[in-house]
Design a protein around this ligand. Structure first.
Ligand SMILES: [Zn+2]
Length: 435
């Protein structure tokens, strides 16, 4: 007996052979895909979903977010990164409590689920509250606390709040629910810390076999000032201090040099490309076509919604492809399938989840989305990959499943009480933004 059987759907598997199945059946049991074929499945199932007119694909992976910043959606638009961060974001962040973080993440995860994202690599603060929130909502999370300190003389790794929270989450949540929740180590960025901190966090990651998450060469100013300070690029100086010695996700990489790109490939770093955020903050366009050509893995992220202003990865998929075509004058750059690959397989690898998510195949987790193509913006469907990469919006997702569990279906969430989230928002706005 299956738990769920999805019948008659078109399946973009994203597997190594790029299988596209028509009128296919997906059989799910114990949270895993146990049957996937165009041949009808004879087994009985507790629930059967009619997939007629629907496309199934792997759930999307958002490899760079600050989910709880959903609280600040639309709060500080149209500033450059430095002004935005120091004059608007840091002052609000100083007021955030663990409960605020939990609330902001619930809001963000509701949006992610309703637009097809099943897994996030999230860097922020109040890490235990982040972990509790993801535990409750049912998504996968690679969660980290952004280590940041400006004065080496005043920094004590052992007593630092980030260290204490990292150790708490390592103990209480890391590996929870069969690895659904993972702790990553994080250095916020080169320009918000110093070599002593980088070395401590790198050792922590190595000793506990954690991934690393960092912002890298996001702005021209950051990149130039690092060279003035250290005589080296951010990538070079961070590599020298061991930051890339574990599986690393480096967000942005807009201003990296050719040597940096080679270094990222040698260190097997995944570049999390955030085209909407980079454009909105006026940071530039990351040379991802060049990176891919040189063998660097590129995944996608939304960044926080205060610089986006949503978590819809379908926007990032389309924009990632269009920007490279537009800037190079070569429309063959980043074809539709490659853009979808960045949002699925590449993201799964970046998170260390390449054996469980990112593609649909027997043995993989049943973590998938259904897109209803019976909509004017999606008809007719000549090539499903083109439809999904260039025509679909996150709002075309009608069902999001994680490990066989339906977390979102046609506007209804099974793990998040949206009314409660909205009520919570109205009660924190004055304290955070008007006090
Ligand atoms: Zn970021």
């Amino acid at each position: 007996m299956l738990d769920t059987l999805i019948k008659n759907c078109t399946v973009l598997t994203m597997d190594d052979d790029k299988h596209l199945l028509k009128n296919a059946c997906i059989g799910i049991r114990g949270g895993k895909i146990v049957y996937l074929s165009e041949t009808p499945c004879g087994e009985e199932s507790k629930r059967t979903i009619d997939g007629t007119g629907k496309n199934a694909m792997p759930g999307l992976v958002n490899t760079h977010s600050h989910a709880a910043m959903a609280l600040m959606r639309g709060y500080a638009d149209d500033y450059n990164l430095q002004t935005w961060l120091y004059d608007y974001i840091f002052p609000v962040e100083a007021k955030l409590t663990g409960d605020d973080i939990y609330l902001g993440m619930q809001l963000a995860m509701a949006e992610m689920l309703s637009t097809g994202t099943v897994s996030m690599t999230d860097m922020y603060m109040h890490l235990p509250s982040m972990a509790q929130s993801v535990q409750d909502a049912g998504l996968y999370g690679n969660l980290s606390n952004a280590a940041m300190a400006f004065d080496p003389a005043a920094y004590d790794y052992v007593t630092d709040k980030v260290t204490k929270q990292n150790l708490e989450v390592l103990e209480r949540f890391h590996g929870a629910d069969d690895g659904r929740i993972r702790l990553d180590a994080s250095v916020h960025a080169e320009y918000t810390s110093f070599p002593g901190l980088w070395e401590k966090l790198s050792s922590f990651a190595r000793e506990n076999r954690l991934n690393m998450h960092i912002h890298l060469s996001e702005t021209e100013k950051e990149h130039r000032e690092c060279i003035e300070k250290y005589g080296k690029t951010p990538a070079a100086v961070l590599a020298e201090h061991g930051v890339f010695d574990v599986r690393t996700t480096a967000a942005h990489c807009v201003w990296v040099s050719d040597e940096d790109i080679d270094l990222l490939r040698e260190k097997n770093v995944t570049v999390a490309h955030n085209p909407v955020s980079n454009l909105k903050l006026g940071s530039g366009v990351a040379p991802i076509a060049k990176m891919l050509e040189r063998g660097v893995r590129v995944s996608l992220g939304t960044d926080g919604v205060c610089s986006n202003n949503n978590h819809d990865l379908f926007e990032e998929i389309k924009l990632a492809a269009l920007l490279q075509k537009g800037f190079s004058g070569d429309p063959r750059q980043i074809p539709a399938y490659q853009a979808l690959y960045m949002a699925t397989r590449a993201g799964a690898y970046a998170q260390g989840r390449e054996d469980s998510i990112g593609q649909l195949a027997p043995g993989y987790d049943a973590s998938l989305i259904l897109i209803d193509t019976a909509r004017p913006n999606l008809q007719p469907v000549h090539h499903p990959a083109s439809t999904l990469a260039y025509s679909a919006h996150g709002s075309d997702v009608c069902l999001t499943m994680v490990r066989g569990r339906v977390l979102y279906e046609n506007g209804v969430f099974s793990t998040i009480d949206l009314e409660r989230v909205y009520h919570g928002l109205s009660s924190v706005m004055d304290r955070l933004f008007r006090a």
